[in-house]
Ligand binder design. Structure first.
Ligand code: PLP
Length: 381
């Protein structure tokens, strides 16, 4: 592996390896375009057959009976809480190491987020959940960070014991498996995002709620569509958050042609990173659990001298990023919760020391060797 530098780097001194790959992802956009054209010809712009089919196929892939297409991953989380009657005065236990939308959904639903620190695997530490339960706790919202499933056995045991629902933030976890089970099987509701930066990316925003609870699904089909039960009657005042028909067409194309490949390539790339990076003493990889299949929405680890390494890698053309530098309990928006530095030390340590390397399906083995070579060069200086 010594002195492995691709030719392009030798010529320009720069070898851009980016997190963003959307132009490659949609290089065959003409094929999708043709399908979108049909939507226009049919005049079928809201819900309709394209959404029905996508919901059925997407939910099956994640081992759920019902799929509800909504406007975004954030709406999926928010509407699920609303449909479960979780709001004012209720508490939802979740992780401080997540994207803003997890907490935004809890708070805009009217509930209070109660944080529990993470473990070495970057996910909520199930051992700490019980201590955070109060009489007001209604739900647990585990986040399958980077697409690696949380410890769902333990979380399900606690949920059953305390009569709590599990609303999972599975926005990173399309096609992930926990002991062979899809993400919809190990919770009450699993919420997915199809934002352009997620593993299955549409041409704007889109989200899906997947559940095995028929009654809940029926409520959600209605709630995302004004609370209607038919054209003339409204069951309850609700929202307009339908999955756009055009986005369902784009998503169906990826589902039919690419999602298996996308997941496999990410898993393969992460495996090679694991193998190469585990030999560098300045790096701490999260422990890997063979009973879980993570789809590596992100490839994250703890790196010594993170900030300097990030600058070094960026100069080498490697788009290393921090997801994310400030945990949720220390955000300005969380001020009223009264947290301070030190409240969730593992999450804070990760936020201060983590770095993500591009791992998507267009990253080649050569590019992985190059990134690792750059990291070795940095630590040998
Ligand atoms: C992206 C993301 C969301 C929100 O999804 P949107 O579709 O962008 O609304 C929620 N939770 C996590 C962990 C995410 O990464």
């Amino acid at each position: 592996m010594n002195n492995f530098y691709p030719e392009q780097y030798a010529k320009t001194g720069q070898y851009p390896i980016n997190h963003n790959y959307l132009p490659s992802q949609f290089a065959d956009y003409e094929n999708i375009w043709r399908k979108v054209k049909q939507v226009v010809i049919d005049g079928d712009f809201t819900l309709g057959q394209a959404v029905d089919k996508f919901e059925a196929d997407f939910s099956a892939l994640n081992h759920g009976r019902f799929g509800v297409g909504v406007g975004s991953g954030t709406d999926a989380l928010f509407l699920s809480l609303k449909a479960l009657g979780i709001g004012d005065g209720d508490e939802v236990i979740t992780t401080p190491f997540t994207f803003f939308a997890t907490i935004g959904a809890i708070v805009t639903a009217g509930a209070k987020p109660v944080f529990v620190d993470i473990g070495d695997d970057h996910n909520i530490n199930a051992e700490l959940i019980e201590a955070a339960i109060t009489p007001r706790t209604k739900a647990i919202m585990p986040v399958h960070w980077a697409g690696i499933p949380c410890d769902m056995d333990k979380i399900q045991t606690i949920a059953t014991q305390y009569n709590l629902v599990i609303v999972a933030d599975a926005c990173h976890a399309i096609l992930s498996r926990y002991q062979g089970q899809g993400m919809a099987q190990v919770c009450d509701v699993a919420c997915f995002s199809m934002h352009p930066l997620k593993n299955l990316n549409v041409w704007g925003d889109g989200g899906v709620i997947v559940t095995n609870n028929e009654q809940l699904a029926q409520k959600l089909y209605s709630m995302r569509n004004h609370g209607l039960i038919n054209r003339d009657y409204c069951q309850e005042w609700a929202y307009n958050s339908r999955l756009d028909t055009i986005q369902a067409v784009v998503a169906q194309h990826l589902l039919d042609n690419k999602i298996e490949h996308i997941s496999q390539k990410r898993i393969e790339n992460a495996g090679l990173f694991d193998q190469l990076l585990s030999e560098i003493p300045q790096i701490v990889l999260p422990p890997r659990d063979s009973s879980k299949i993570g789809v590596y929405h992100l490839y994250m680890a703890i790196f010594e001298q993170r900030d300097a390494l990030q600058i070094f890698l960026n100069q080498k053309g490697v788009d290393a990023k921090v997801h994310y530098p400030v945990p949720m309990h220390l955000q300005p928006a969380a001020k009223s919760l009264g947290h301070q530095v030190g409240d969730f030390p593992t999450a804070e340590f990760l936020a201060n020391n983590c770095l993500s390397l591009p791992v998507h399906e267009f990253i080649t083995r050569d590019e992985i060797y190059y990134m690792v070579e750059c990291i070795q060069e940095f630590y040998s200086k």
